[in-house]
Design a protein around this ligand. Sequence first.
Ligand code: ZN
Ligand code: ZN
Length: 499
Amino acid sequence: MISEYNEIWENPDYYSGVSTYLKEIPEEKKTIFVLIENEYNDRIFWNKLFTSIPSKYNFRIDTHKYTGSTALIQLAKNGKLNACRVICIDSDYKYLLDDDIIKNKFVFHTYTHSIENHFCFGKNLHYYCEQVSTLSVDDYFFDFESFLSNYSKIVYDTFVCLFCRCSLLDDCKCFDAKRNYQYLYFSPIITNLLTEYEKKIKNIRDKYKSESKKYDEINRYSKDFIGTLSDTIIRKFKEKHKYIRLCNLCNETFKNEAKLTLEGKGVTNNNLYLFVRGHTLYDNGIKQLIKLIIKLLENIKVSQIFNQCQHKTFKENRSEFYNHYNSYKPHNVIFPQGLNQECEFVENIRNDIRMLYIPKVMISYSHKDKSDANRLAIDLQQNNIDIKLDDKDMLVGESIHQWVEKNLTECDYILVLLSHDSIESSWVKEEINAARMREKESNKSILLSVMLNGITSKDLPLLLKDKNAVSLCSKYEDALKSILRSIREYEQRSHINNA
Ligand SMILES: [Zn+2]
Ligand SMILES: [Zn+2]
């Protein structure tokens, strides 16, 4: 006979019909299918990320019929994602605007506006130019980091309006893309500078008969040009940016609120370039800038080669340099090296990936049972479970209702601690109700009941009567093991069901 205190895994009836699901599958054979928005950049970027995490799971980027983020997001919204099938999308503004889609555990996103923003990461551009030109970084360098930080400072106030209350008002034209779009990026400025530079170089070539004089001049002019380049672009961009037209509805209070929101997401006036539309910043700015800088460095390098060698070997040396130079194409190098130096948000993505197999468990309890809750929380956490406990996780000033609601929907399991106090608590009752609803909708076990001192199955609320509960009264270690084993079994089962 099975006593009603029997723990869940000891009850053969409980598993009837599902026993085949419970056979262990070797961890190393688990494959997770990954759907991405596009083939080229996305594949390189995400692949690099997945392989940078030591994992027993094999992430396989799937070639698939869904392209573009809309189709992928639809999969998430229709509940088609699971621990075996995940999607990777650009954050766009979803991260900054707290869109629910990115809170889905099976949705990975870039944190920056898009993958292209990662390609604009200052340190990588620096590294790329160094590799291409073979020139030492500190001698003739364009400081990408300070350039991008200056750019960010200029567009910051404009960008703030996107997240400002004025943008909710009908008359707000702050982010009227058609009107303001061209003032946010700097492509024409650089195209003009490149034309100006090339014209001058042609003049030098035409003007001087002597090769050495020619190279001297090209060298001198190029060094001057690169030395003032950052300031020139920034100055011209500032002038251009003045023409951006914001609405008059925005006030300091709105703006300060928006700044705080952005700050909370790690957006500052130094790194804003990671959050403007990356496709545009990269395609209509950074690419041209790289082209110009590499042109400058190429000329400096060739002049150097001329000066450093005997005339008879100049050709050989030069062609050697060009062989190297030509092997570096932006597409071949910036992309694969895209994560060579990582911006601060890459670690967030990695954490999301790591969390894929860490169950999130919320503990629902009465504050009078705080010590039991804390003890369980600590022990479960040590067993690689992500515990959500209001005391520990809630921020000062955060809405309790919102916190509870968020965790009731996001957590994989709700562990309810049943005592005479908690059974009477309206909070706990509400939490049990919500978890039961989710169980019905998803057809999964979400609610795990734990009986505290003095509670017997007779005391259980009606909603929990048919649920096997574990008791903390007898041996704590055994009860802890039971909880852990249940969670692992449920995870296993949902993995197999989803495969
Ligand atoms: Zn505004
Ligand atoms: Zn506005």
